[in-house]
Design a protein around this ligand. Structure first.
Ligand code: HEM
Length: 514
């Protein structure tokens, strides 16, 4: 989820960039002599020595491996908390359960804020007017309270059962049709992503959309996600003038997003005035909760563009995270026929032929253990969203200035050999009765926190786990899952693509069960 870990080198003017680099080099001597007096007074966590001005930026960018892998090397060398200076930004990376507990639980309030946004992100977040980007304070509290009570509570989750069930039916039919057309082959991530996106769209606007419209909106949202990936000038602000062309493109994409989403907002407004126009529309939607929302510290309800931003946050927050989990889930199920057999046996014993729905999940301990192990071994994001201290703070005895980006690396927590037996093994049985336990909220101690922990914990935790469990159950109930016969063995290598997906897209072969 932490996109500050990837560089999207959005085509700048390389001639100008070269000139700028030459200028920078000529300034280096001056910089070496004078810069960062403030930093000297602080005792930051250790980290690799960097160059003046750029810090460790080029070492990280040209390390030959992505940040998600580099972190493991760096922690061996510098310990469980280390500093990377990425140009103008200071990243402090936390990799151990003890330090995560200190930051998120013991000193939860102190580290509950978010750092300054990049210029592009500010455009898409309406200057931090979203739950995920808002600084810790009354505005964040209002927005988050509304999202949780308005949409993510257990009762709302129940109300949307019909929409979820019909999206699941369509999902299984899509898989069936794709398999029939391709000799049994299906692309797991693409189909899962589409299904989750459709559910979140209908929860956000309460309208039924045809497949073409869903695809069109999804493509637009993907363009937005690509656009907000960090650029070099986020770390080296003096390069900003060289990204003028890209900045123009950013504003065009924002305009496209606003136009697309405003059309959906207007459609919902029309339905609210006269429900008979679309009898299939849901009685409630996330948008409804926002229309007259009173946000602490603001006089008026959200503006049109703020509504666009908040609705987009709801849809995007849950789409890639959930669908990524489904891709890893099916890979594990294909890789270990024993797991698939146990899941299927439990489903048949619990519901027989009737399609599984979310009420059944609570009665399926093996499915729940499988989903827990899935989120332990394959958290959809390896970094939690970036935290920031509300004031100068200490962590692990080191100084953490408020303008530093605090990054929590989740896999090393969930694979800590001091906390887990055989941590690298994928073994759902570890969570069956009498085995290991893990409270994924982290409040009873931090052992695995795929949703973060503390005040900024993911508000979509229940919905996310419900969707994953339900999709896995429906997929195993409808089909027998097999390995692509042209591949000798599954490759569990990972890569970042918004979330952490399989390096080699999962193409699975399915056989309908009946
Ligand atoms: C498997 C599914 C999901 C995973 C693994 C996941 C993971 C995360 C993580 C790691 C964070 C950062 C927590 C922190 O800052 O410490 C987060 C925050 C957030 N997530 Fe999720 N998420 C999932 C699903 C969802 C869903 C379904 C929604 C809403 C529809 C959602 C909305 C959010 C929001 C709004 C935040 C920001 C919370 C805040 O800053 O107060 N997520 N999520």
């Amino acid at each position: 989820m932490d996109s500050s870990m990837v560089f999207a080198m959005a085509a700048p003017d390389f001639g100008l960039l070269f000139t700028a680099s030459a200028l920078v080099l000529s300034f280096l001597v001056l910089v070496m002599l004078g810069c960062n007096r403030r930093g000297k007074a602080l005792r930051l966590p250790p980290g690799p020595p960097g160059w003046p001005l750029v810090g460790n930026l080029f070492q990280v960018a040209f390390a030959g491996k992505p940040m998600i892998h580099l972190v493991r090397d760096l922690r061996l060398r510098y310990g469980p908390i280390f500093t990377l200076r990425m140009g103008a930004r200071t990243l402090i990376v936390v990799t151990s359960p003890e330090l995560a507990h200190e930051a998120l639980i013991e000193k939860g309030q102190l580290f509950a804020s978010r750092p300054a946004e990049t210029t592009i992100r500010s455009v898409f977040s309406c200057n931090k007017f979203t739950v995920n980007s808002a600084v810790y304070g009354p505005e964040w509290r209002s927005l988050r309270r509304n999202m949780v009570s308005g949409m993510l509570s257990a009762s709302r989750l129940r109300e949307f059962r019909p929409a979820r069930t019909s999206a699941m039916d369509r999902f299984i039919e899509r898989l069936r049709a794709e398999a029939e057309a391709n000799g049994g082959a299906v692309w797991v991530l693409r189909n899962a992503r589409f299904a989750v996106f459709a559910i979140l769209l209908s929860m956000t606007f309460g309208v039924q959309l045809d497949e073409d419209s869903i695809v069109r909106i999804d493509e637009m949202m993907k363009r937005v996600l690509l656009t907000i990936s960090p650029r070099m000038d986020d770390y080296l602000p003096f390069l900003r003038p060289f990204y003028a062309k890209h900045q123009k493109k950013v504003l065009e994409i924002r305009k496209e997003q606003v136009e697309t989403v405003v059309a959906l907002i207007n459609r919902r407004r029309t339905i609210l005035k006269d429900p008979s126009l679309e009898p299939n529309a849901a009685p409630f939607s996330y948008l409804d909760s926002l229309l007259d929302l009173k946000v602490e510290g603001r006089d008026s309800a959200p503006t049109e563009t703020q509504l666009v931003t908040l609705c987009s946050e709801f849809i995007n927050g849950g789409t890639d995270t959930t669908s990524t989990a489904i891709e890893w889930a099916m890979a594990r199920i294909i890789d270990d026929p024993n797991i698939q057999a146990k899941l299927y046996k439990e489903i048949v014993a619990e519901v027989g032929d009737r399609p599984v729905d979310d009420r059944d999940i609570e009665k399926m301990p093996y499915l729940q253990a499988f989903v827990k192990e899935l989120l332990r071994k394959h958290p959809p994001t390896y970094f939690s969203l970036t935290h920031a201290a509300v004031e100068p703070a200490k962590l692990g005895g080191y100084d953490i200035p408020p303008d530093a980006n605090l990054e929590l690396f989740l896999p090393t927590i969930a694979e800590d050999p001091r906390l887990w037996s055989s941590p690298l093994e994928f073994n759902p049985d570890r969570f069956m009765t009498g085995g290991e336990t893990a409270d994924i909220t982290g409040s009873a101690g931090i052992r695995m926190i795929p949703f973060g922990a503390g005040r900024r914990i993911c508000p979509g935790l229940s919905m996310g786990t419900t969707h994953i469990s339900l999709m896995v159950a429906r997929m195993v109930q409808a089909f027998e899952w097999q390995l692509d016969p042209s591949v000798p063995k599954l490759d569990f290598m990972d890569k970042v693509e918004f979330t952490v997906v399989m390096n080699r897209r999962l193409l699975a072969f399915v056989e309908p069960r009946k």
